[in-house]
Design a protein. Structure first.
Lengths: 64, 395, 521
């Protein structure tokens, strides 16, 4: 396991959030002045489970 | 680098009696009327048949072969006709050593690339081969080649996107070539005719942009394991893509029909399905992908306003791997154009590449009836994704 | 009756937005019923059950938005659908007011938001793990609010996070507080010296709000998800968070909230706590918890005690758990309620929005009312008659908004419980804070009043006992929410634990009240 001792020093600066899912969470953060970007997310491969699985396998392969 | 202009037979090593066309492989029976008509005209131009009926017999019997431009290192706009005696520009990708080729753009109106098939077309083609090609070749050789990437980067900053709008690029090209032309041309008459030809054709640079794009994209086909689109091309029937890492294999699906604005008296019902190798321009981050750099084009292609142009460039950013290091958009704080279409992102988001395109008339010989946008079909990318997974042993 | 459908292809909207839309449409003239759902098979089954599965709805795909309206007339149907259209457009217009499109993927969002360091993921469970993996790969911490994430995925994600020194908070992590920023469902609390690690969202909320009431603030609060301390997962995020809090100069005392872990895991966690050299309070909600003190560690059995013990430690005071903060007032109210109760069977019906709050209530009620006599959906062994229900559990929330967001389900259950002649006590939690409903107390107050009137009309008393998990700084306002409940006749106690005890005092044998109130009713 990596060293977590500096975790809050790094995070202590400024939280900058990417929100996927309920838009209300992003709205709350915006209201608090927290930098947040809401993603207009849709199911991968338009919901096709076979292709979605391939996409995730191809992503894994890359280690990117 | 644009280094020369020579007959296709020489540059492409074309087998005799071959007609190259745009897009993925296409059988005669499946070709749309403008493509068929263009093929017949090209055969007559080469003198392999004296009339259309004879030309058709040659194709149907296989005596004249059809093949994609891309298979011979070329890219052709619209019907994309290339035959042995047509002069082609030669582009060299210096660092990689590969070359790409494109014919000289014939001009606007009744031309071979829109499936026109009368004597004026043949006459013009003969003039291009006899006078224009050699003139350009001599000037380019004397110039030691022209750096087209720098020229295109500059044109992008002048409102061109290199697909629908090439007027700045065409002008920069003419300016760059002029001294060399003046020194190498046999007489001023020839120079004048060429100058008038280029000056009267705002789309002159399109073929050069396509060849340049192809020259930079082709080396990707050898990069194993990559998921980037290296070719997008249409032949009026099928839309085909080729993907880095999967080599020369085509993934095809039926083309869509472009939507946009039409010159009177034409309308949507007159439109031919999508055709041309010019989507290679979008493949390298220009054309529709650089729409934000060409607000003047936005209305012409039917979209609405600068905000929409920006939105389109941003949308293409969702499916690309990065930003182009050389092609930058002033209206976006000099950010690079979105480049490197990732097959995975297309399938993941369902966002398909948008292509700026001219719209040809369905009836052969009508010529261009308008301009607009068209989307690449999702099915091509889905097939490519399946193949990528299979190639990695994942499926 | 007319039924009309609108189908919007490839038009994904999140479930909360759609429920809001459906609720809006229902208020339209002549509208009897509506559905606004993505065309997944599960939703199509729901529509079929509601008699709303039209031909078009059946043909929809999982990525298509289906809006069905059932009205008295065709004109009203058209109006309703038109209204749906404009509501959807208004939504899109609002999000794009800046002129820029919102990013469509995590990838393009990361490119756009420079320095992004946290992904807050509340997508449907089946998609959430893949997005969490992407986020971790890009070096982001993750708060995984989504539930229904497979255990195997959780283990793999946490392994990946641990390799990179990142937090993966969750799955099913509803609350966190990092760098002073409340995340998910979180209350407005002052910044301070107490760091928390919690396996439960509402559990964390209860402790933080009680600390805030006592004037103590929070340095950081990390949610680890309900399964982190299980044997299979092995507490990686708990241990990571503890390490981080141990080294955080702003944290002077650590609180851990969860359920009793497997012995091997417990040993690891306690060893880590001992090694950190900071005082710690550990609240493990379970049946066999032994409270006590061992070196720097204080173990307690309730969320309220966690806060109390923490405050005491901070102030260098001794501390003892006690049943009620105001025993005298409690004694008086219990006496009144018992008198009004009548002599027949007296059943407690707990209707909870917070799962951990429900569980804490169950743990308190069992020994007081009899272990076998408290049933519900929390996996206890009791068969009733008393019932404690976690209304946020899966079986209640399929196709419905979570009770933290929408009171409709709770109102139904209140009405149902009120009709049962043996119901003597309704026991409730009301949770405030960011993300929660705008007026949770106001949403249930009418139903509570109606329930009490109904009982009165049938000659019996109905006691409504509640706690409000919130702070004065919360958007809803602790005082205002408390007042609203009291105006509806509820007895509002300072904590969930006290509310559970109060319920037991009212409904249980006399000896219960005697034991808890020193002499009792």
């Amino acid at each position: 396991m990596a060293d977590y001792r500096d975790l809050f020093r790094h995070l202590g600066g400024e939280l900058r959030v990417i929100n996927l899912g309920l838009e209300s969470f992003a709205e709350t953060l915006e209201g608090l002045g927290v930098p947040v970007l809401h993603v207009q997310w849709t199911p991968p491969a338009e919901g096709d489970p076979g292709r979605a699985r391939l996409l995730s396998l191809l992503e894994d392969e890359d280690g990117a | 680098m644009l280094v020369d202009c020579v007959p296709a037979r020489e540059a492409l090593g074309l087998a005799e009696r071959t007609v190259l066309h745009s897009g993925p492989p296409l059988a005669w029976e499946r070709a749309c009327p403008p493509v068929q008509t263009a093929i017949l005209c090209a055969i007559r131009y080469e003198g392999w048949a004296v009339d259309d009926a004879g030309a058709q017999r040659l194709v149907e019997s296989g005596a004249v072969k059809l093949a994609p431009c891309h298979h011979s290192g070329a890219a052709g706009p619209m019907t994309g006709m290339v035959t042995a005696s047509m002069p082609v520009f030669v582009l060299e990708n210096r660092p990689r050593g590969n070359r790409a080729f494109a014919t000289i753009n014939e001009g606007l109106g009744k031309v071979l690339r829109f499936g026109a098939n009368d004597e004026s077309v043949v006459t013009r083609l003969r003039w291009l081969a006899a006078e224009t090609g050699p003139l350009l070749g001599a000037a380019l050789r004397a110039a030691g080649g022209l750096d087209l990437r720098a020229l295109m980067a500059q044109a992008l900053r002048m409102g061109d996107e290199m697909h629908q709008r090439n007027v700045a690029a065409s002008s920069l090209f003419a300016r760059a070539l002029m001294p060399h032309l003046a020194r190498t041309a046999p007489d001023t008459g020839a120079v004048a005719r060429l100058a008038e030809f280029i000056g009267g054709n705002d789309q002159f640079f399109l073929n050069l942009a396509m060849a340049a794009a192809k020259a930079s994209a082709d080396p990707c086909l050898d990069v194993a394991g990559a998921t980037m689109v290296a070719t997008m091309a249409r032949n009026g029937t099928d839309f085909g893509i080729r993907v880095a890492g999967l080599g020369p294999r085509w993934f095809t699906a039926p083309v869509n029909t472009p939507q946009g604005l039409y010159f009177p008296p034409y309308g949507a019902a007159d439109a031919n399905p999508d055709m041309g190798d010019s989507a290679i321009v979008e493949t390298v981050g220009l054309g529709a992908f650089a729409m934000a750099a060409a607000p003047a084009v936005v209305g012409f292609v039917g979209a609405g306003g600068l905000r929409d142009a920006l939105r389109i460039t941003e949308e293409m950013g969702e499916i690309t791997l990065g930003e182009h290091p050389h092609f930058r958009i002033p209206t976006l704080d000099d950010r690079g154009t979105p480049v490197g279409i990732d097959v995975r992102k297309v399938v993941e988001t369902g966002i398909t590449p948008l292509i700026n395109t001219g719209i040809a008339g369905r009836k052969p010989g009508t010529g261009q009836i308008g301009a607009g946008v068209v989307r690449a079909p999702l099915a091509c990318f889905e097939q490519a994704l399946d193949a990528l997974a299979h190639a990695r042993g994942l499926a | 009756m007319i039924t009309r459908t609108t189908l919007k292809r490839s038009f994904y909207q999140d479930s909360v937005a759609l429920m809001g839309l459906a609720r809006e449409l229902r208020t339209g003239a002549g509208v009897r019923e509506t559905a606004a759902l993505m065309g997944t098979p599960a939703n199509q089954a729901l529509m079929a059950d509601a008699g709303l599965l039209t031909e078009e709805a059946r043909a929809a795909g999982p990525n298509d938005l289906v809006i069905v309206v059932q009205t008295d007339s065709a004109a009203e149907a058209e109006a309703a659908l038109a209204r749906a259209e404009s509501l959807l457009t208004a939504r899109r217009a609002r999000v794009e007011a800046s002129g820029r499109r919102l990013p469509r993927t995590l990838d393009s969002a990361v490119r756009r938001l420079e320095g992004a360091n946290l992904a807050l993921i509340s997508l449907p469970g089946v998609f959430a793990a893949a997005e969490a993996r992407k986020a971790l790969r890009r070096g982001l911490h993750v708060m995984l609010f989504s539930d229904n994430v497979a255990l195997e995925d959780e283990i793999a994600l946490k392994r990946l996070a641990a390799e990179r020194g990142l937090l993966l908070m969750g799955p099913d992590c509803g609350t966190a507080y990092l760098g002073g920023v409340p995340l998910g469902f979180a209350n407005v609390v002052p910044r301070g010296r107490i760091g928390l690690v919690a396996a439960s969202g509402t559990g964390l909320q209860q402790v933080m709000t009680l600390l805030a009431a006592a004037g103590e603030g929070v340095s950081q609060a990390v949610g680890v998800g309900g399964r982190d301390m299980s044997e299979r997962v092995g507490a990686p995020m708990t241990l990571a968070a503890l390490e981080a809090l141990g080294a955080d100069p702003a944290t002077e005392l650590i609180v851990v909230v969860g359920k009793p872990p497997a012995p091997a895991v417990r040993a690891k966690v306690e060893a880590r706590l001992h090694a950190l050299g900071k005082p710690a309070v550990v609240a493990m909600l379970g049946r066999e918890v032994t409270a006590g003190r061992s070196g720097p560690l204080t173990t307690v059995a309730t969320l309220e005690d966690a806060a109390a013990a923490t405050v005491a430690r901070r102030r260098g005071r001794a501390w003892e758990p006690r049943a009620f903060s105001d025993a005298a007032a409690a004694r008086q109210r219990v006496k009144e309620f018992r008198a009004a109760r009548g002599t027949g069977a007296a059943v407690v019906r707990g209707l909870f929005a917070g799962g951990t709050l429900a569980y804490e209530a169950l743990l308190i009620l069992e020994p007081l009312l009899g272990v076998d006599s408290v049933g519900g959906n929390l996996g206890g062994h009791g068969g009733g008659p008393h019932r404690v229900l976690d209304l946020g559990a899966d079986e209640y929330t399929v196709g419905r908004a979570h009770p933290m967001l929408d009171a409709a389900l709770r109102v139904e259950e209140i009405q149902r419980a009120a009709k049962e002649p043996d119901t003597a006590v309704l026991l409730l939690d009301v949770v405030l804070g960011h993300g929660a409903a705008v007026d949770p107390a106001g949403d249930i107050a009418p139903a509570l009043e109606a329930a009490r009137r109904h009982a009165q009309a049938h000659g019996r008393g109905l006691a409504v006992v509640a706690s409000v998990v919130g702070t004065t700084a919360d958007p809803q306002g602790l005082a205002a929410q408390t007042a609203r409940l009291e105006a509806a006749g509820a007895w509002v106690l300072p904590s969930n634990a006290q509310a559970a005890r109060a319920a037991a005092c009212i409904a249980g044998e006399p000896r219960v009240a005697e034991a808890l109130l020193d002499g009792g009713a």
